[in-house]
Design a protein around this ligand. Structure first.
Ligand code: PHE
Ligand code: ZN
Ligand code: ZN
Ligand code: ZN
Length: 279
């Protein structure tokens, strides 16, 4: 909007507004067409943060399976479900893969500064050469996988949920299907969740890299249909402590964490050996 361009133009003189402009951009991406007004906030300061990225020594470097979770939290609380849950699950997967002779290289990313506008993942994807980008065959994202009033939501790669949000790049439907197969094998249901741009898969799908992952819900309200599928309480937020001080070690649902940690390990291990389903 005009207001957006004007405000950023005025603020560019002030160093702290570097972060503010990213935050606004993210807000606009999630809510296209809305007018966003920001005021200068003394908590917005310029800082430095780092992605932590590690990959298996083994495996074909021309076929990289990427798995990511954001490591930061909001200032309001410790961020145990958002996103200690995803971080712990991918870290355990990395530890278990260890020196196993995988066929494809597996690269784990612990993203910085997701909460202020996907800064870490955005910078990473931006910094890839075309050749490096082409070697990344897919990206799996895990942000909030142990919500107390959880639903097993899979990113909607095939657009079967038809809510108007785009499907992911070609290959994303196959990722959704593979994750769904895991839940089916456990007798568990899943539902779709749109690629709405609110987590670190955003820069990857924008670059045309197939993506998928699991999300158990944030501030949204569980529907009666979901309560029938997953238990829990309809009419209540998936995570009533989302972005609050009470997102402590007492917040995560340990059943969801256990199931999703297995789903994350299962999907990562399958792609570590077989990418034939991915274009
Ligand atoms: N990325 C959001 C956050 O960290 C939460 C979220 C995750 C929203 C996945 C939608 C999908 O606050
Ligand atoms: Zn968050
Ligand atoms: Zn998050
Ligand atoms: Zn779907």
């Amino acid at each position: 909007t005009d207001a957006f361009a004007l405000d950023i133009g005025e603020w560019r003189a002030g160093i702290p507004m570097v972060f503010a402009s990213f935050a606004v951009g993210n807000e606009l991406a999630a809510n296209p067409g809305t007018t966003v007004r920001l005021k200068v906030d003394s908590t917005l300061t310029l800082g430095t943060d780092y992605n932590v990225i590690g990959e298996t020594r083994k495996g074909d470097p021309n076929n990289v399976v990427m798995v990511g979770a954001h490591l930061d939290s909001v200032e309001a609380g410790p961020g145990i479900n958002d996103n200690g849950s995803g971080t712990a699950a991918i870290l355990e997967t990395a530890l278990q893969i260890g020196n196993f002779p995988v066929k494809n290289k597996v690269r784990f990313a612990f993203w910085a500064a997701e909460e202020i506008g996907l800064l870490g993942s955005d910078q990473y994807v931006e910094g890839l050469t075309a050749a490096e980008r082409d070697r990344i065959r897919l990206y799996l994202n895990f942000d909030m996988v142990a919500s107390p009033n959880y639903a097993y939501k899979l990113y909607d790669g095939d657009d079967s949920d038809a809510t108007g949000a785009p499907a992911g790049p070609p290959g994303s439907a196959q990722i959704e299907n593979q994750l769904e197969d895991f839940f089916t094998s456990r007798g568990l249901a899943t539902v779709g969740t749109d690629f709405d741009g609110r987590s670190d898969y955003g820069p990857f799908i924008a670059a045309g890299i197939p993506a998928g992952g699991i999300f158990t819900g944030a501030e949204g309200i569980k529907t009666p249909a979901e309560a029938a599928l997953f238990g829990g309480t309809a009419g209540v937020a998936y995570d009533a402590c989302y972005h609050q001080a009470c997102d402590t070690i007492a917040n995560p649902n340990l059943t969801a964490l256990d199931v999703n940690a297995d789903a994350i390990a299962d999907s990562t291990a399958r792609y570590a050996f077989n990418l034939t389903a991915i274009p």
